[in-house]
Structures are given as C-alpha cells and as structure tokens.
Write a protein that binds this ligand. Structure first.
Ligand code: PMP
Length: 382
C-alpha cells in the first residue's frame, strides 16, 4: 500500500459496507452503556459472568496497587515477575487441573507464544477454519506447514494429518468458537492427537469461567495429558485482562525460555494479578452466575425459535443471529440501535463471506427482562 492509495482503499471498504468504526463508551462496561450521549441496552461484551465491575475485583486491584504499585516495570525474566504473579499462576493451574500455568498480557500474545516456540519449519500445524485470527497469525508466524481443516470436520483433519509429513504436529482449535458460539469435540480431537502423536492446543477464551463449573472446556470434557495445552483469556468471563497458558511444568519452563511474546514484553501490572485471584474466587464460589446465564440463553433461543433469521446452534453465551449479507446486517443492527439496543454486526473478513451476523452476547449481569426486550425487538423486526 502506498500512501496515496489509502483514501481509495477506505472508500472501497465503504462501498462494501465493511468499513469499521469504534464506539466510544462513556460509561463502564455492563448491560447498560452510554454512547454518544445516549443509553443503550448492550449485548456486545464478553463479560459473560458480569465480573468486569465487581466490587471485589475493584477492591482487590486497589489493594494490589497499594501493595505492589502500578507498573510492572520490567519483563518477567528481568525483574518484573512479582509474588502475586506466581500466586495467580499456581492458583490458575490448580483450578484448571494442570501442573503449571503462565500469565500473559493478552490472549493474542499467549497464542503466538506457544505455537511459535513449539513449532518450526519442519513441522505442521492443523487448524480449524474458524479459529480465532490470533491462532492463525501464530500458525503463520511459526513457519510450520499450515493446514486448515473444515470446521469441526474430524475426517478432513485426519486426512490432512495422514497426508502431511512433519517432524512435529500440533492441532489448534478454539474450544468455543468466538463468532459462532459452538464448540470443538475435544475428546475426539485428543484421540486424533494421540493417534498422530500431535500436541492438542485449546484456545478456551470463551469457555473459561463458563463451562465445567467455571474451570473451562478442558475440565468439562474431561480431557488431560501431557500433549494437551490449554490457553484461556482473563479479559472475558474473568472480567480482568490478560491470559494464561496451562500445561505440564516442562511446557511452561520451555515457554519461559523460548516464547518471544513472553520474554520481550513488560509484565502485566501486578495489581491485575490480585484481581485475577479475586475473580477465581467468584468464578468458583458463585455458580448462580452460570445458572442465570443458562436461563438467559434458553429464553433467548426459545423466543427466537421461529424468526426469519436462524440463531446458530450454541449453548454458550455467544448467540449469533445469522443474517447473511453485510448490508442487511448493518440495517438490522442500526434499527436495533434506534430502539436503544446495542448488538454488534460482525462481517467478513472476521467471518466467512455471506455469513454476516448479529453477535448477541449474553451476560449474567443482564436481567431476564432485558434479554426478553432484545428478543421481542428482534421478533418485531424480522
Ligand atoms: N482467542 C479467542 C478465541 C478470542 O476470542 C480472543 C479475543 N477476542 C483472543 C484469543 C485474544 O485474546 P485477548 O483479547 O486477551 O488478546
């Protein structure tokens, strides 16, 4: 791209209804947001358990700031690894059932870390077509052969595993798909990983805190073992920021030694690790949040069971209403906004061409009546 080409390229985005804009929040995250001087009922965040503004997390952060100060000040390997980082790592590992865990500043960095430090030129990575962009970037950056299989198609995956010569193999999936809300068949994937001697890498950004009594998809589906690598983010259901990778002690030691996005970046503020610890307490101790979420999901799916646009099959808080075209999704999203409802329209390239959708995301912070209001508005408009 040359400097003088930018205007025309942006105009092309306009023409295809795919130019992105950001909304600027004038309020904290939550079911009610204030944008452009107006209140909206929002179904747009990944704050699935309603913890992003929980007083216990805010208080833990405050105490963390008083105890540890604000800035991490250095990378973990230099002088930025604080006692509370270590405590949070130990607690996260115990919670998801692995020997060790490692904190990262973001899920994006965690995905890059693992895949680029385990895989290289002579290796092959096998990735579901609907994997998150950060996993795809990690696979590309690793320089391994990058084989993408049709979504949740185990036969296609096996045929690629069979036909791709490689020194080491890694299968990478989203445990819960971020734009579809459906899940990967983890036990079957582990069986294939065992048969072809591959790692199984699970990105559980959207399952941690939600499934398996909050312990995530790996715990819920009962899979474990030294070839399984678990990654979850802490900025979604956990309500804080960052991410962690969990696995064997040797795996974590390897990442500490080799993962460039771990080594060459400043440690997260230690106070946030205090918030993570407080969040774990609420995830484990307040199952009513998940129960309420399940009620919201059931009610939404029931009310929308015969509208013109189908809801994608999903038992997660991500409930996509499949619209199709970019223009139609933008129109519906705008009409909802006029009615005071904020539901993001998701378009290509985030999702495949022709599968634009409204990504409805539900939270335990929503009231039942708020979910009902959204469902009735959609029924009335479709
Ligand atoms: N993986 C998945 C499946 C995600 O949805 C996201 C965030 N949208 C990430 C990874 C990246 O996590 P983070 O926002 O912490 O960088």
């Amino acid at each position: 791209m040359q400097p003088q080409q930018l205007s025309a390229a942006l105009a092309e985005l306009d023409a295809s209804h795919s130019r992105r804009t950001r909304l600027t929040l004038e309020s904290p995250q939550g079911p009610l947001i204030h944008v452009g001087g107006r209140d909206y009922l929002a179904f747009a965040s990944n704050d699935y358990l309603g913890l992003a503004n929980h007083p216990a997390l805010i208080e833990a952060t405050r105490e963390g700031l008083a105890r540890w100060g604000l800035g991490g000040g250095a990378s973990h390997l230099v002088a930025g690894h604080f006692g509370v980082h270590q405590q949070a790592e130990d607690e996260l590992a115990a919670f998801v059932g692995t020997a060790a865990a490692l904190l990262f500043g973001s899920g994006y960095a965690a995905n890059l870390a693992v895949i680029t430090s385990l895989m290289g030129r002579d290796d092959a990575v096998f990735a579901d077509r609907l994997n998150h962009a950060s996993l795809n970037d990690a696979c590309l950056l690793s320089r391994a052969a990058f084989k993408r299989f049709r979504h949740n198609d185990l036969d296609h995956l096996e045929s690629l595993l069979k036909s791709t010569p490689a020194k080491s193999r890694l299968i990478a999936v989203d445990a819960v798909y971020s734009m579809d809300g459906d899940e990967a068949p983890l036990a079957e994937l582990l069986a294939l990983a065992e048969r072809y001697d591959a790692w199984l890498y699970l990105d559980d950004a959207h399952g941690f805190g939600v499934f398996g009594d909050g312990r995530g998809s790996m715990a819920e589906q009962g899979i474990a073992g030294e070839r399984v690598i678990y990654m979850a983010t802490l900025g979604k259901a956990a309500g804080v920021a960052g991410a962690f990778v969990a696995g064997s002690a040797e795996l974590i030691d390897w990442l500490v030694n080799k993962a460039r996005t771990y080594i060459f970046t400043t440690a997260q503020p230690p106070a946030l690790a205090e918030a993570v610890r407080a969040s774990l307490g609420l995830i484990a101790g307040e199952p009513w949040r998940r129960e309420r979420l399940v009620q919201h999901i059931e009610m939404l799916r029931h009310t929308l069971s015969d509208v013109k646009y189908p809801l994608h099959a999903s038992r997660s808080p991500i409930q996509p209403l499949m619209i199709g075209g970019n223009e139609q999704v933008m129109t519906l999203s705008a009409r909802l906004r006029e009615a005071g409802l904020w539901v993001p329209a998701i378009r290509p390239p985030t999702v495949p061409e022709g599968s634009a959708r409204l990504r409805i995301s539900l939270s335990a912070a929503h009231e039942a009546g708020q979910v009902q209001r959204l469902a009735e508005a959609i029924v009335a408009m479709s």
